[in-house]
Design a protein around this ligand. Sequence first.
Ligand SMILES: CCCCn1c(-c2ccccc2C)cn2c3c(=O)[nH]c(=O)n(C)c3nc12
Length: 350
Amino acid sequence: LFSTDGLAQYVDPSNYGDPMEAVRTFAAEIEENQIKLESTIGGGEFAEVFKGFYDGSAVAVKRLKQGSSLKAMDDFISEASIMGQFKHANVIQLKGVVTTTRPMMIVTEFMEGGSLDSFLKEQKGKLTTLQLIGMIRGVASGMAYLSAINFIHRDLAARNILVGENMICKVSDFGLSRELEEDDPDSEYQTQGGKIPIRWTAPEAIRYRKFSSASDVWSFGIVVWETMSFGERPYWDWSNFQVMDRVEGGYRLPVPVKCPKIVHSVMMDCWDQDRTQRPRFEEILKRLDNLIRTPEMLHDELVCYTSAVSADFTKLNTIGEWLKSLHMEQYNANFKTAGYKDLTQVTCLK
Ligand SMILES: CCCCn1c(-c2ccccc2C)cn2c3c(=O)[nH]c(=O)n(C)c3nc12
């Protein structure tokens, strides 16, 4: 199954009928005695997560709890079948699975920074805007890849992003079964039994379970807000009902402290009520790359400054002269390196 851009399209494991056949197709079987478990690093309702070693490198191991239901086993296996189809620098890399012996395990590369939400809380105030945008850009790149192969995540949130060396961010948690704890405030039972993390989910997905890459874009906007807020909880202590009610009424999360307005405008576009109007991940990636390439666009004070300074255009013929009059010709050089037109040639509209 190949799409126009040559990327193999994601195959839903349930197409294979037997989950065990799917996992044999997409994941390497590892012998349990080759894995050394070192310490517990996380856990949920169905599985525990360990740091360990396999084949000479550090790994993360998700181990299914003994006595899990058949459905929990199928969901566990299907996550490996899904991950085994992905290969991208910003998507967690599967190393292999243990399925022929019990307990079953999923083995991935080890991400030393842990989950993005806890990383941000630990780093509060210590990261520059540019570093935060670099992390967000990685998530956008991973999501652009996943949406290009028609994979819909459904649970994109900072808690499901992992941080590696050099603060590289990778999309994780592809479980069909939501690892949302029963008592997890983010889980909200929906009529069909699926749990939905309300404050990260697009209105149309909450209202009538219309999940799509466009609803993943909405969730991505929430992840951007979480990142620029150093791990603040979206909508703070509002109840899930208040979130649904107020968002339906048009409320949107505000600009986080010290967050450039241009970054908040990306979030606002992701939160368009009309999912067809939301940007695609490809477009978001380009907008973030432009911000990273021209960091001065991140200085709101500059934007206010230029709008505040009233230049007398009648005496100036080109934008280059205007920049010169503001002693900002340096920005013209930056714009040129960023691939924009040479502003000294661009005449001012009279
Ligand atoms: C949000 C992911 C939760 C489970 N998980 C996984 C993971 C995710 C999906 C399938 C299998 C595994 C082992 C890797 N890692 C890691 C990791 O590499 N490094 C970490 O520090 N933590 C806390 C992890 N937690 C996980």
